[in-house]
Design a protein. Structure first.
Length: 526
């Protein structure tokens, strides 16, 4: 422990003014010399929601080697900060508490109180812009915000904090209760997810919102995990190319800024609108898409917070490299679960919605990415919300986040909380040829229905091109045929960025899109 500063008794101020000044200086010097400030980790702030029913790691910093005593919910535990001043204790599992509790952390020289802590269920809500999309931006936002009176639903908003160099241990973040004055700033998907859980379970719900628009899955994955992924060499090569051109692009950016400033001033003087757009800063060392940058700056500060599970909405940024996605996505899921060290925590994700992107050069980029996302269902304790019927053909950010949040919540309520409710979109189980027909059997717990006005969603192929299929339904089996296909070998459904949607469960959930060639695979694991 560092030596404390002492003051000489020989100093004797001779006036009140000098005495007050001396006291002020002495207090400042004492505070500077008295050691590290007692802190708690990122999630342990006023208004926090702690996970019930699990061992609770609580951590922070103090003076190196200093004794730390933590008191909460009739538990007292004592530890000692290590040589770098880090400390951690574990509380035994706690029951649900709808009443705000106070946590006291003290050392011989300092005391910190964390107030209004609830104990319920915590979900980490992560991804890119469609998870970041605020409730106030969503469809029917005015009504949702006006009725937002849920003091037991709380969001911890993680700041946009890419860290390209190394994992960060702390960022400043605050918990906020959902009310008509605050809910508009919640993630729309997370809010509707949390509200659905709360109304079914009547327990406190904590939503940790860690999301940044325009980001790839590799930015959310640790460096160690990426190094063990087969896509790592390609990822590294792309980033090295970004850094190679960064100095020149940065110089050009500075010049562009000066040009923009002059153009903007001129437009303001001449009352011209809209004003010229500011130039975009080039990707560099602290860019949000540097590999591991968002894991380092936004996920690592949360580890190992006790949680119920994860929800995830991301993939748009990786759509034009879909062949990499399945491996990277599963690598990230596995790494997060290992880091939080609570077993196979539930991981529920949103499959990309419908969006007309043919003008971007590919009519199937998102369709291909959807299939890669679905491969994560081979991991235990995962679930996928299919959203190809509730997107927006003209907007990458569909405003209907209510149904997205609900579909994620239905998965959680069924899979995690064991409620008997319809939750699963139908998925292809088996495909086989029978003469000139293709028979598709689906996993659909509550049955299937076809919506006749959009049957072009199904296609069938023989030895040449795909053809639109004639479709019939019997139980959970769909039969496809075409007069142009005598010996079918492949079939696909909803195979475009913005597909027609024909097949639903009887509960109204759309079937997951697929593409299958029976010469290579007749059965699907999901």
């Amino acid at each position: 422990m560092r030596k404390k500063h002492t003051f000489s008794k020989a100093i004797r101020p001779t006036s009140g003014f000098h005495l007050n000044g001396f006291i002020l200086i002495a207090l400042i010097l004492y505070q500077c010399a008295s050691g590290a400030e007692l802190t708690t980790g990122t999630p342990f702030q006023d208004g926090a929601v702690l996970q019930h029913g699990k061992v609770l790691p609580i951590w922070g910093t103090a003076e190196p080697k200093e004794s730390v005593t933590l008191k909460f919910a009739e538990q007292t535990t004592v530890t000692q900060a290590d040589q770098e001043g880090n400390w951690m204790v574990e509380l035994q599992p706690l029951p649900i508490s709808r009443q705000g509790l106070e946590m006291t952390i003290s050392t011989p020289s300092q005391t910190k109180r964390v107030k209004d802590i609830l104990v319920g269920d915590v979900w980490i809500c992560a991804g890119q812009s469609n998870m970041a999309f605020k409730l106030r931006q969503t469809e029917n936002a005015d009504e949702a915000i006006a009725t937002a009176d849920y003091p037991l639903i709380r969001q911890l908003l993680m700041p946009n904090n890419p860290s390209g160099d190394k994992p960060q241990s702390f960022v400043k973040a605050e918990w906020t209760s959902a009310s008509s004055s605050t809910a508009g700033e919640f993630s729309g998907v997370a809010y509707y997810f949390g509200r659905e859980l709360y109304e079914s379970l009547n327990i406190p719900i904590g939503l940790i919102n860690a999301s940044v628009g325009g980001t790839g899955v590799e930015a959310w994955t640790s460096q160690e995990a990426l190094q063990n992924d087969p896509n790592y060499p390609a990822i590294q090569q792309r980033w090295q190319q970004v850094m190679a051109v960064y100095p020149a692009k940065m110089e050009q950016f500075k010049q562009n800024v000066e040009v923009w400033k002059n153009a903007r001033e001129d437009a303001i003087k001449r009352n011209i609108s809209p004003l010229p757009r500011a130039p975009r800063k080039p990707a560099g060392p602290q860019d949000r898409n540097r590999p591991s940058a968002l894991f380092n700056g936004m996920i690592n500060p949360l580890i190992p917070y006790a949680a119920k599970g994860f929800i995830w909405y991301q993939g748009e940024h990786n759509a034009f490299r879909s062949d990499e996605y399945a491996s990277l996505f599963m690598t990230m899921i596995t790494q997060w679960r290992n880091d939080f060290a609570q077993g196979s925590l539930p991981f529920y994700f949103v499959q990309l919605p419908n969006r007309d992107l043919e003008s971007d050069g590919s009519r199937v980029a998102w369709a291909a990415l959807r299939l890669e996302q679905a491969k994560a269902l081979t991991l235990p304790n995962t679930g996928m919300a299919v959203t190809i019927d509730i997107g927006d053909s003209r907007d990458t950010h569909p405003k209907n986040k209510l149904d997205v949040g609900r579909r994620l919540a239905w998965i959680a309520l069924s899979q995690t909380y064991h409620k008997k409710i319809p939750y699963a979109s139908p998925t292809l189980k088996q495909a086989k040829a029978q003469g000139s027909e293709m028979l598709l059997t689906f996993k659909a717990h509550d049955g299937l229905e076809l919506r006749e006005d959009v049957l072009p969603a199904f296609e069938i192929r023989g030895s040449s091109d795909y053809e639109l299929a004639n479709v019939s339904l019997s139980g959970n089996t769909v039969t496809l045929s075409s007069p142009k296909v005598k010996n079918p070998t492949a079939a696909r459904y909803a195979w475009s960025n913005d597909p027609p949607v024909a097949l639903y469960s009887k509960a109204g959930l759309p079937a997951a899109p697929f593409s299958i060639d029976i010469t290579t695979s007749a059965k699907l694991s999901n």
